[in-house]
Design a protein around this ligand. Sequence first.
Ligand code: G16
Length: 557
Amino acid sequence: MSGPPVSIRGHFPHKEIEHYSSLHPKARHLQFSYGTAGFRTLGVVLDSVLFRVGVLAALRSKKLDGKTVGVMITASHNPEEDNGVKLVDPRGEMLEAAWEAHATNLANASNEDFSDVLYDFVRDSRIDMSKPSRVVYARDTRPTGESLVKALEDGLKAIGAEGRDAGITTTPVLHYLVRAINTKGTKEEYGEDSEDGYFQKMSEAFRKLVSGRPRIPPLVIDCANGVGAPIAKKLAEYLGETLPFVLYNTDTTTPGGLNNNCGADYVKTQQKPPPSLNGVLQKGQRACSLDGDADRLMYYFIDERNYFLMLDGDKIATLVAAFIVDLVRLAGLAEQVKVGVVQTAYANGASTKYLADKLPVRCTPTGVKHLHHAAEQFNIGVYFEANGHGTVLFSPSTLEKLEKHEPSTPAQSTALRHLNNLTQLVNQTVGDALSDMLLVEVVLAHKAYSAIEWNSLYTDLPNRLVKVHVPNRNAFKTEDAERRLVSPRGLQKKIDDLCKRYDGGRSFVRPSGTEDVVRVYAEAVLRSQADELAFRVAGMVYDEAGGDPHRRPKEYY
Ligand code: G16
């Protein structure tokens, strides 16, 4: 007879938990929430969260029969004073959604209750405490990272988990390591479980894919003064002359430099190159920006008229998806392998139109975790957020097809070889700026496209992204993949009415999951109209949220 379990299996380490927990007390007034990409706030207030995340990661591993779970300490695109932490499941994907709520509950338990709340969680989740527990963790270059690692390690000690410190590295490397560790020795082996294995796998695939093509001109890379800098330097050694890099914003030690006036988010939101690249870029020269943990990528160039043109996540998705569709057709697999694209509401309307004429396109809420799951529904799923976060997923059955398919012509055989190499080049665990960058360079080399030709595939609708600081962003709730507001009541109707007054006008509002702001997006046929629409909607949001009229930002109409 099986009823609800009255006690847990194995030993629950009450004493150790109470001891270590007392070293990492939670401040009473703070509340934490596992958002778009884990916990993210000021680094100095995260000590208790990191300890508890260590405990949770250790338990997640036990729940998954001792598989290795990952923990990444980063706040990615946020300013340097912020930090954050997210968990990575055994295949290198984001933490299962149901556990996000557990993470939030545990992070908010009072110091007195923590041990009991944890005991109840272990019992209710039927976690067998006698199972092994393994966690691999890494951090970016933020100054608060070092002490947060210590807090995390205390969480692992409290449960008796085996920890592996992957040091200072990028988020995508950590995701790669998690999958590589868990697939080691299986037929799905993902690669050697080390940073060297990551570089080897990517650079070998890249060399094969560009072999026989004309020499690639140097690429300017803005490393956001973050962990992308040392990792890009190492990658440069593996690539040698195959793809020369010119690295900028590589200073990871001067306080305040991270993501400051540089990086992918700066470029995307300011719609201009980092000031440090002024006068550096030749007309037509390709440049790109990484973000603070190198999981986002933004390309751009200066055209003949000296205009700045941005090749964002949407442009990357269209370039890559069209290339893959061609290869699938050339390999003789068009009937068996279906390619689809996943975007969010931030995708430029022109990109969606361009893609939807050729391929199935899906829209999900913001957050890689949502796009990733939607992309898994395709044989080959290309997913990118406009902010430059994305990758390509090849389903297990597609990988098998690509391996077993018998080409009937030399052209089919070449296309098939390229596809197989792409599966090695792409980091399929998560968006990866460096892997995506190599992917873009491969496509440009194959198509013999310059940045100008790439950009001319379609013309972006002018758009504007505005951050609005409000007293309580949680008052804003959305539906329909975040395209419509359900609360505050009545605001969506006002936005709809306003949009009708602009040719091609589209705008939506959603609370950020990584910053304490509400985001407003707007696009229209004319640049001036897109700007006006964005700032008008931002003004409405500000007023609706009860923002102080004296602090109403000036540029809002
Ligand atoms: C994270 C997520 C992305 C998301 C971004 C912004 O990126 O991984 O999927 O687009 O936050 O989210 P929000 O608009 O909710 O703040 P990153 O690069 O900061 O880890």
